[in-house]
Design a protein around this ligand. Sequence first.
Ligand code: ADP
Length: 226
Amino acid sequence: MKTDFINNMTHEFKTPVSTIMIASEALRDPEILEDKSRVSRLAGIIYDENVRLGDHIERVLSIARLENREVKLDNSPVDMNILVEAVADNMHLQLEKKGTVLSLQLDATQPVINGDEFHLSNVIYNLIDNANKYSFDAPKITLRTRNSGKYFVLEVEDEGIGMTKEHTKRIFDQFYRVPTGNLHDVKGFGLGLNYVHDIITQMGGAIKVRSEKDKGTLFEILIPQN
Ligand code: ADP
């Protein structure tokens, strides 16, 4: 799995680096410099690829920090209904691209938990991003919040590709990705769910998954409330 990860990672880093190289080389060409629309297009490419690169670096660094137990989680009141809505809002463009229909059922009447807003928003982002990535065209995703005893519960449900029991057992392992045969169109490092699991367990919570191949997947996150 580590070799797969390194191959994946190498590809993910090399592609933006070589794109930036080509675009910036083109910008040194005096002939191109005279064509304003081409300059602007090239600058746009460099900007976008640089954002992508920054994103990768951030992901690798956050994993390294987690491994070294350097992540100190903040413990402040966070309204999860508001946070879920904000993350979903931020992902609007990304979801729109794939024609995703996102439904929110924010039924938690006590949505405030104590936690780290930054990491919790990453957790929510990862789950929605996965639901979107591992779905067919025009994905349907439902986000639900509720209170259950001493817990705040967040559910992220999709009607996507799903997976077998064997695989659901391993998806929280670092670098693990469900083998997809010759379908290699979905990008990822197999780190997202491992991160989600780490953050939620550090908070004294739990994460459960129920999935059926070709039908869909439901992730349930439980966070203790005092
Ligand atoms: P990745 O970067 O590969 O998406 P994750 O750690 O987020 O890494 O997920 C691990 C693996 O679990 C994924 O590669 C995918 O095979 C599977 N997976 C995660 N979420 C879903 C989902 N909602 N539906 C189907 N499979 C999923």
